[in-house]
Every structure is written in C-alpha cells, then in structure tokens.
Design a protein around this ligand. Structure first.
Ligand code: NAD
Length: 274
C-alpha cells in the first residue's frame, strides 16, 4: 500500500519524494517508455531534460511536466550525432546545475531483413541509434555526474539477450546485446564515482515502436513458424504498459536500488520463460 505523508505541496506519497531536487535526462522522451518515465520521474520530484528528434510529442511532455510544477526542457537531438549530443548534454547540465539520473532509452527497430539482404546502411542506422546513441549519451553525461554520483539506466530488450526468434532482427538484437555488455563495462568503470549503471530488458510493450519498423518482403525466406501456447504472456496475457516499465526506471533511478549496479533486469511478465 502506498504510504502517504504531509509534504510541502500538501498530501504526497512517499514515491513523490524519491527524486526531489534531482535532475534526470531522458533520451527518446517524446513517446512510449521514455515519455512514461519522464512523467513518472517528474511526479517523483525530478526536473527533466527531454532529448528526442524534433517532435510535437516531446513538447507535449515538456508542457505536462511544467504543469506539475517541475522544470522541463526539450533538447532536439539525434542521439547518434556526436556534436549535437555533446552540445545538448552540456547545455542541459548548465541549465540544471547537475545531472543525477540518465535514462538512455531512444531506439528504433529499424530494418527487418535476412542478413544476406540487410544493407550495411540499414545495419549502421540501427546500431548507430541504439548502440552508438547509448555510448554518446553515457560518455557525454559522465563529466557532469562524476562529482556527486548518480544512476544510469539503459533500455535494452529481451531481444538479443533471452530471445532470438525476432526473425530479421539481427541488427536490432546485436545492438540490444551490445547495450547490456556496455552497461556492465560502464558499471565497473564508473563505480569509483558512485555512478550506478543498469540495463532494463522489456518484453512486448505497447508503444509507437512500430513506427520505426521497416519490414522487408524477403523476411518470409527466414521465418521459422513458432507456435506459442495460449497465453504467451503468462502474467497478464497482454503486452506490458510503458507506465509499468517507468516504475522500474524510477526504482533504479532512486536510492531504493543503492546496491544494484551492472545488472540487466527483465520486465516481461515471464514472456521469455516460455
Ligand atoms: P517509441 O517509438 O514509442 O519511442 C522511441 C522514441 O525514441 C521516440 O520518441 C523517437 O522519436 C525516439 N528516437 C528514435 N530515434 C531517435 C534518434 N535518432 N534520436 C533521438 N531520439 C530518437 O518506442 P519505445 O518502445 O518506447 O522505445 C524505447 C526503447 O525501448 C527503445 O530502445 C526500444 O528498443 C526499447 N524496447 C521497446 C520494446 C517494446 O515492445 N516497445 C521492447 C523492448 C525494448
């Protein structure tokens, strides 16, 4: 049961105090998991830097957070672009004074094709946004976190870690496996600065990720018919909601997870255990 305490802004839940006065930077903040996390972390007291491609959706998130009485700022970036990332993260750190929580979350499904048909350009696009984008987010945040520590959370996936039946997703799955290895390397390297680094691995979540999926007709060549038993998502019999993933992000962002670093956490309603 949620405990309630009397706070400055009236009756507030304990959750409302977890990130009071902290600043969180979120990539892919305009939609899906990033949007839900931005709203959740803001409700928990954080000011939020929203990074995404130019998009009305992100400005709507910015307005919603400001209506809550928190500070929010939208930075238009392509996470795979080193110059824009360096400038945006420096501007965010200067505007807010510190960066305490980083949620490296922006990602695309990209082109789904058999490996022999996948172009190097399509491979580079998926790896560029998902893996290089994660590297650039973390790299540029480190100078602004070293002084006081903090928490970095990376959105990986069940794909490439527990699931390999996403036919045509060789690039996507490789990027998602790479993110988990990167999180572990970073966790060890950054422990000396009291920066924790963890990866989350969601199963199917209802978001707009379909918009970034380019299927090709060659896919039929490599599909293996897989028949799942009734209820392939055993816990709730349906895809997860972005808000459920945001609850995990809040936990990892807060001191509630102070001894957790260098690990991947699955959030899939036992989907991958079947
Ligand atoms: P989404 O499409 O709803 O949100 C992704 C956001 O990333 C969008 O706002 C998009 O504009 C942004 N983005 C894409 N390319 C970008 C770029 N180059 N620079 C900056 N921003 C960019 O999808 P989502 O499901 O919320 O995806 C978030 C993360 O979750 C991704 O890393 C995805 O791989 C991962 N994931 C999603 C699922 C799922 O089922 N939805 C499952 C596992 C992992």
């Amino acid at each position: 049961m949620t405990q309630r305490v009397e706070g400055e802004r009236g009756d507030q839940s304990i959750e409302g105090l977890l990130l009071a006065g902290r600043t969180a930077l979120i990539t892919g903040a305009g939609s899906g998991i990033g949007r839900a996390a931005a709203l959740k972390l803001a409700r928990a007291g954080a000011n939020i830097c929203l990074l995404d491609l130019i998009d009305e959706r992100t400005e709507d998130v910015e307005k919603e957070i400001r209506r809550m009485g928190r500070e929010a700022e939208f930075y238009d970036v392509d996470v795979s672009d080193p110059g824009r990332m360096e400038r945006a993260i420096r501007a965010a750190a200067e505007r807010f004074g510190s960066l305490d929580v980083i949620f490296a979350n922006a990602g695309i499904n990209g082109t789904l094709a058999p490996i022999e048909d996948l172009t190097p350009e399509a491979w580079d696009q998926t790896l560029g946004i998902n893996l290089r984008g994660t590297f650039l987010t973390v790299k540029n945040a480190i100078p602004h976190m070293k002084g006081s520590g903090g928490s970095i959370i990376i959105t990986s996936s069940i794909n490439g870690n527990r699931t390999f039946s996403g036919f045509g997703m060789a690039a996507y799955s490789s990027s998602k496996a790479g993110q988990v290895a990167f999180a572990k390397m970073a966790a060890l390297e950054l422990a000396r600065y009291r920066i924790r680094v963890n990866a989350i691995c969601p199963g199917g979540i209802e978001t707009n990720i379909g918009e970034s999926t380019k299927s090709t007709k060659q896919l039929d060549k490599i599909r293996i018919p897989v028949e799942y038993p009734e209820g392939s998502q055993p816990l709730e019999h349906k895809s997860g909601r972005p808000e459920q993933v945001a609850d995990l992000v809040l936990f990892l962002a807060s001191e509630q997870s102070s001894h957790i670093t260098g690990t991947e956490i699955y959030i899939d309603g036992a989907e991958t255990l079947l």
